[in-house]
Design a protein around this ligand. Sequence first.
Ligand code: UD1
Length: 430
Amino acid sequence: MEQYIIRGGNPLVGEVEISGAKNAALGILAAAIMSEEPVTVDNLPNVRDINVLLEAMESIGVRVDRKTPHMAVLDSANVGDICVDYEYIKKIRASYYLIGALLGKYRMAKVPLPGGCNIGARPIDLHIKGFRALGAEVDIRNGVIIARAEHLHGSHIYLDTVSVGATINIMMAAAMAEGRTIIENCAREPHVVDVANFLNSMGANIKGAGTDVIRIRGVQRLHRTEYSIIPDQIEAGTFMFAAAATRGDVMVKHVIPKHLEATSAKLLEIGCEVEEFDDAVRVVASRKLHSTNVKTLPYPGYPTDMQPQIGVTLALAKGTSIVTESIFENRFKYMDELARMGAQVRVEGNTAIISGVEKLSGCRVSAPDLRAGAALVIAGLAAEGETIIDDIIYIQRGYEDFEGKLRSLGAEICKVESEREAQKFRLKLG
Ligand code: UD1
């Protein structure tokens, strides 16, 4: 089993390039199935979730030509099967996007109910409500969602909760339904806009993505395109907090600063300097950090996917901070691990109360999920001594070459598979 071994204490200094957005890429790759002609997708992040989704797509007949680790040409002309295997679905929750894409194009989809990150109950009732409103019959049998429609037609859909997944999934199916669809109370995340832009580049007619009302006029076919995915705002934000927690100075390159506003605002509040450029942000943490309060909200609010990273950083900030998680109920599992590193934290329901300490000390911890795993890496980088992180498979789902990028900023971190490799790392550092 792979682990990270970290010798903490070095401030991160230098420049880092951000990869394409994993969550946008998942929607875009699924949507590519809807084109009759080959589509080229560039700036793909080379991470596990993307590679698994591409395998799932190949298994139903999509020809995937991986030109480079970051670019693929997808040809869906010979999709012969609308049944997706559970092996793939259990590994990535977002393979549920194949339901919207297959239903839109083939009027039929059979996709097992998703697994994914263990961050709380994650129903897909809103996705199903949307498909039904578009005229599909949706049944769940033996753990498989079976959606089919004689006629997929436009509809007026109100989402009870703001949901990224439901917005994207319904938007994909509606892009090829007959007539006009209006989706209200939509998610406004940058990756919703990116999937809409991708669909439009294939000939769809989608307006309003990025606002809370999306209007779609269905089209009969979608055509070839070449598309480059937006930068990953969560990967970028993770490096920004890594700079803050280690008292470093990092230029985070190839980003859209607008997408990082909530993160930048919190870094400024806790005493960092944040400088924005056209496609980069620089975070300098030269002063002592101090406490703040934060509540996760749908975009443009503070992202739930950035909650563990700020939580870890606040554990080292002077004063008492309150972190409220309002999207997923199970996202404080890293707090127990953080406490073992010396943090003073208390979780009450969906609130964590964090009293900053001067120092954390390294120990062996486990990544409970993707973002919390990345946050524990930040804790290890800031802590005194050695930290070992287990279950890094979660981190590899969504961060491309995390350890390599951190090393280029001066971090002492290594991916190891055995105690012998860990010893080699220790010997090298002396
Ligand atoms: C996406 C992101 C995930 C991020 C989350 C919130 C992807 C692949 N994943 O997940 O990283 O943490 O957005 O920004 O893009 N809900 C329902 N019924 C539904 C769907 C959702 O009640 O049918 C609820 C959820 O339980 C949650 C809230 O809505 O409380 C938001 O979830 P949602 O935006 O759908 O998250 P995902 O799309 O799964």
